[in-house]
Ligand binder design. Structure first.
Ligand code: ZN
Ligand code: ZN
Length: 100
């Protein structure tokens, strides 16, 4: 699932497509398992926490482009957990509720 804003983000994913992944807002998700980096929570320029309300999905209120931000390398554990939660989210989205 993709949506427009998140308070944590992966600069590499934003470079590929200017959408946030909904799962980035899950508290337990701290890394992008695709790029194996820690999700950015703060703007590299103004050092404020990333907000939902901002001029554009890729842009901070201060004007900084998150796509130019440097993400730290995530630990094996962070990547594994994020990959697991992502697969969980996908299966939740496709669950069909059947009623007799
Ligand atoms: Zn990514
Ligand atoms: Zn900023």
């Amino acid at each position: 699932a993709i949506y427009k804003y998140a308070k944590k983000l992966c600069p590499h994913c934003l470079t590929e497509s200017a959408y946030c992944r909904k799962i980035w807002d899950w508290d337990l998700v701290t890394a992008c398992y695709i790029h194996q980096c820690v999700l950015m929570k703060q703007c590299s320029s103004c050092h404020k926490n990333i907000q939902w309300s901002r001029p554009a999905v890729t842009r901070c209120r201060c004007g900084f482009d998150f796509r130019t931000g440097l993400a730290q390398t995530a630990t094996f554990h962070q990547v594994n957990l994020s990959a697991y939660l992502s697969s969980l989210e996908k299966s939740l989205a496709t669950v069909q509720i059947s009623r007799d």
